[in-house]
Design a protein around this ligand. Structure first.
Ligand code: F6P
Length: 224
């Protein structure tokens, strides 16, 4: 089995002010989480690396003999974990202290687009757009922000991400956002659609998912 690590970005400046969406940097607390995450990932995935080297030695030897340099490069790539972030600053900054692993930015991992409500607090939405607030409360899964997205939209755009996650043989660290991670987590944990918008997805916590032949196992690490 190879692990998939899911985490939200470290606390952002908008998190501190209770504002949704945006593209702010992370706070000092967020930066501290970024450092702890890097430490965790480097330690956690080093063990993973040792295990795969042991398992694959013979085959790797064979490949290296026949392919020379190319084989050695392939071995390095094959064993490496990959870090996936969204295209938003807060996830990129959170992943930045993680050294020695390739990083890829996915637009599909960006947070739910809150459209006209982007940058507002929930109180401001309630006060200035009470109908919108109420419709979302009534059906959070299907509610689509004006000029933005619904949870169902997010779930749909995650399809290629899920296909790629299933296909990857290396461990993947996904640094993303609350709504997106609720949807990804629900897929692996086999939780019903209706629950997705309400799943707890705290900051500064890593959810480790192991996909093995016998099913999916989950561990949580609260780093702060
Ligand atoms: O508040 C952080 C945040 O990631 C917002 O950017 C986003 O709109 C929200 O969480 C999603 O959570 P919910 O669907 O519960 O509003």
């Amino acid at each position: 089995p190879r692990p998939i690590l899911l985490t939200r970005h470290g606390e952002s400046l908008y998190n501190v002010r209770g504002r949704i969406g945006g593209d702010t940097a992370i706070s000092e607390t967020g930066e501290l989480y970024a450092k702890k995450l890097a430490n965790f990932v480097e330690k956690r995935l080093k063990n993973e690396k040792a295990a795969s080297i042991q398992m694959g030695t013979d085959l790797q030897h064979l490949i290296e003999q026949s392919l020379g340099e190319l084989g050695r490069a392939g071995r390095k790539i094959g064993l490496k974990a990959i870090i996936w972030t969204s295209t938003l600053q807060r996830t990129i900054l959170t992943a930045s202290p993680i050294a020695g692993f390739p990083k890829i930015q996915w637009r599909a991992l960006d947070e739910i687009n809150a459209g006209v409500c982007d940058g507002m607090t929930y109180e401001e939405i309630k006060k200035n757009m009470p109908e919108e607030y109420d419709s979302r409360k009534k059906d959070k899964l299907r509610y689509r922000y004006p000029r933005g997205e619904s949870y169902l939209d997010v779930i749909q755009r995650l399809e290629p991400v899920i296909i790629e996650l299933e296909r990857q043989r290396a461990p993947v660290v996904v640094v993303s956002h609350q709504a997106v991670l609720r949807a990804l987590y629900a897929y692996f944990a086999d939780r019903p659609l209706s629950e997705i918008p309400h799943i707890e997805m705290p900051l500064h916590t890593i959810i480790e998912i192991q996909m093995g032949v016998t099913g999916v196992q989950e561990k949580r690490y609260k780093l702060m």
